[in-house]
Design a protein around this ligand. Structure first.
Ligand code: UDP
Length: 402
């Protein structure tokens, strides 16, 4: 019965940092758990429902991130509360009418924001229209440590924090304990329901069945020193004296097509698999023994679930810094941005320090939270069905500017 179908509106923007991955994970899990009961809309509010120049935010983001200095400036200069609130207020006047149209179009029963810039304007619209007690508004934070203050808003029904570190920041930002939930970062449900054996996968993916394997990934965009690191591994995992390989390499270049071409031209001494954007990350991870990656929250959370110790070789200034300390402080891996040194670390993990690799594998598995996405979706379902039980936060005197 379509009339009974409820709408879930997920607000995201394709600005890296795992926002799309988390949005898709939530959508897939709603379908898996509740079938037709919910219709999930994943919407880029900036791109689809705001006028120029705000609809350029995703494109600007790619530009900023590729020019690190500019990004650092934008990230840190907007961090003080006063600056971002007055900035948001100015922005909000321009676009709130458009956002209101967007909300009217989807008629959401719950709103889920997975983006740091999607709290203030939609909540202002809900507040001005007297809808705060009718439509639960929730935030799912996709940073593991150092999140930008625009993630937090006191008027949310719930703020889903991936780690205790982020929960601490939410409290400092004035949220109540009852608004904060710590289930972990939502990851595609295929990571939780996965049950293939490694042997089977090695065969299917045409990998060497006897050699340990390292996975090299530069996030969705193929960022970081992927080529140099691959070349260095080609040397460190090859024993010139015996002419034998000590390990094998799988590279995932994401959407970086130029990188695929460059790597394909290289003469390798060890078994190497070169991929563009893969849709079976879960399988490649299950077939490998460790990973080298940029500090993206999605990839880190996935690697933990699969028990892959990691070397982080790059991070986006500001938002991904906390992801690095999360991994290093929890003994799940190391940070190193020097390709030669990284290649030696991996050779060591596959050789003399294999017991250390094993230990770290166990640590990673303990930190992994494959069921986080299910817990979050169950909570959202409960908030929709029992709205009246989630009204405490509306009693506070909200003093924010917008
Ligand atoms: N990913 C993928 N195929 C690829 C490259 C990446 O499915 O070829 C996925 C990866 O598994 C993760 C997401 O894309 O779920 C990347 O998110 P992350 O937070 O790590 O970094 P981002 O690229 O969003 O900054």
């Amino acid at each position: 019965d379509k009339r009974k179908q409820k709408n879930v509106l997920i607000l995201m923007s394709d600005t890296g940092g795992g926002h799309r991955a988390s949005a898709e994970a939530i959508k897939a899990t709603f379908e898996l758990e509740y079938g037709d009961k919910y219709k999930v809309h994943v919407v880029d509010l900036w791109k689809e429902h705001t006028p120029w120049p705000f609809n350029q935010v995703p494109r600007l983001y790619s530009f900023f991130v590729k020019h690190e200095i500019l990004w650092k400036f934008a990230f840190y200069s907007t961090a003080p509360k006063i600056v971002h609130q007055s900035e948001m207020r100015a922005t909000s006047l321009f676009i709130s009418r458009e956002v209101a149209n967007g909300l009217a179009k989807y008629q959401p029963d719950v709103i889920v924001s997975v983006h740091p810039l999607m709290q203030h304007v939609p909540l202002r619209v809900l507040r001005l229209r007297g809808l705060l007690d009718k439509i639960p508004f929730t935030t799912i934070i996709t940073d593991l440590g150092t999140c930008h203050p625009t993630w937090f808003h006191q008027l949310v029904t719930a703020c889903f924090c991936p780690t205790e570190e982020v929960a601490k920041r939410a409290l400092e930002a004035g949220l109540r304990r009852s608004q904060i939930r710590v289930h972990g970062l939502p990851i595609r449900p295929s990571f939780a329901t996965f049950s293939r054996s490694k042997d089977e996968l090695l065969k299917e993916l045409e990998m060497d069945k006897d050699l340990p394997a390292v996975l090299l990934v530069g996030g969705g965009e193929g960022m970081g020193p992927v080529e140099q690191t691959a070349r260095a591994l080609g040397e460190s995992l090859y024993d010139a004296n015996t002419g034998k390989a000590l390990g094998q390499l799988v590279v995932v270049c994401g959407r970086n097509k130029g990188l695929v071409k460059k790597l394909q031209k290289i003469q390798w001494n060890i078994p190497v698999k070169i991929n563009g954007f893969v849709t079976n990350m879960s399988e490649w991870m299950a077939a490998c023994d460790c990973i080298i990656t940029k500090a993206g929250p999605g990839t880190i959370a996935e690697a933990l679930i699969r028990g892959l110790p990691m070397v982080l070789f790059d991070f986006i200034a500001g938002q991904e810094v906390g992801n690095v300390s999360f991994v290093v402080d929890n003994g799940a891996g190391a940070f190193c941005d020097k390709p030669k040194v990284i290649s030696k670390i991996i050779a060591d993990w596959f050789g003399a320090s294999s017991s250390k690799l094993k230990e770290m594998t166990e640590k990673c598995k303990m930190l992994g939270q494959p069921d986080a996405v299910f817990k979050i979706v169950h909570d959202l379902d409960d908030m929709i069905r029992n709205k009246h039980m989630y009204q405490d936060h509306l009693k506070i005197k909200y003093r924010g500017l917008i």
